[in-house]
Design a protein around this ligand. Sequence first.
Ligand code: SAH
Ligand code: SF4
Length: 407
Amino acid sequence: MPENTVNTEFKPQFTAYEGNLDGTLLQKEEGPKNFYGMSQDDLKKFLKGLGKEQFRAQQIFKWVYEERITDFEQMSNLSKKFREELKGLIDFSLPAVVSHLKSIDGTQKFLFDMGDGNTVEAVLIPGGEDRLTLCISSEVGCNMACKFCFTGKQKLKRRLKASEIVGQFMQVHDRLQADGKRISNIVFMGMGEPLDNPDAVFKTVEVLHDPWGINMSRRKITVSTSGLVPEMWRIIESKCRLAVSLNGSNDEIRSQVMPINKRYNIKMLLDACREYAEKTGDKVTFEYVMLKGVTDQLEHARELHKLTRSIPCKINIIPFNEHPGSGFERPSDDQIEKFQNELIRLGSHVLLRRTMGRDIFAACGQLTSEFANKPRTMDISNSKIGSIYSKADLKNEKLKAAELTNS
Ligand code: SAH
Ligand code: SF4
């Protein structure tokens, strides 16, 4: 489609990327099914195939998600024969946590081994009060190739299965539970483009939303997209929150830093955003990465305001987080403030995102599954969350990206 053609048909005519990159379709699972990739409806269907009653699915969900019992032997309201039968059919394995790092600001980063040589990262970000946001990954690498993003430097290696995305959540959930804490929000802002792997992403939403399971409100789940317009209707349907990485105030700049814009330009993207706001009554969050000399000028702020003013939205300014060999720079604090003030003056609802987890390389756009170029950090893999540092420790500057256990 030529760059300036408006796509009035919002529902997809095709899926952007189907199957694996080598042209083969996604592999069918063999052997026992992983429980965490199944919604309650999937489990019901599965049990129906075994000639079992549907209400058993609810019972099993309650055992697993509420009691955290994953040994069928202990599910006392199931018959002994049934428990035996289920043992070989369903497994509860989770991606292993191979590294767990904690930043001076309380942000924590988890590196997961996906069992096939691939690794992904998730980041837990503390906010005010009881807010604990988990930023999860949907893919190993990313094919969108945004020029400023560390993940985008790695080509897509593979899409994660729903069980592997839910698995990231459950690993962190279990560690928090030991401290009496809970994840309050989920953002799909880790590695990968969620709408490039929509089946697994929205299956994850279904699983984590289940009232007999984690019972996470859909409104506490944000899906961030670089703008795969034909798949954006699925965010409306899922009733999750929409975040859009805009990152350019006109097509020329956006195409330069986000190649996806050559396929789905700003007009097409904003039409989809408008439709989201109309249908859900929710605001869109626009993410805007500030790159020195590229997207940080006051004229860009004015263009950005003009583009977004007719859409119920807020703008989240993200100062560029540096990574090796990116070729971009973070603007000065002064320039960031001027940019923000210009947007405020024009009447935009704008927030400046505080950079979190910089010392452990966990900030936006710094995630990778490759170990090269990683900074020195502290590994707390075997600790319980939140219990390793005292307040006095946190004040101690020496802890900043200090002790090395992970090189
Ligand atoms: N693929 C999705 C979600 C993951 S990226 C998307 O692009 O929306 C999450 C956010 O990090 C995006 O808004 C992206 O623009 C931003 N980002 C990527 N690299 C960055 C960097 N180096 N510094 C600051 N933000 C970055
Ligand atoms: Fe992929 Fe998002 Fe990074 Fe772009 S910003 S390369 S879409 S992860």
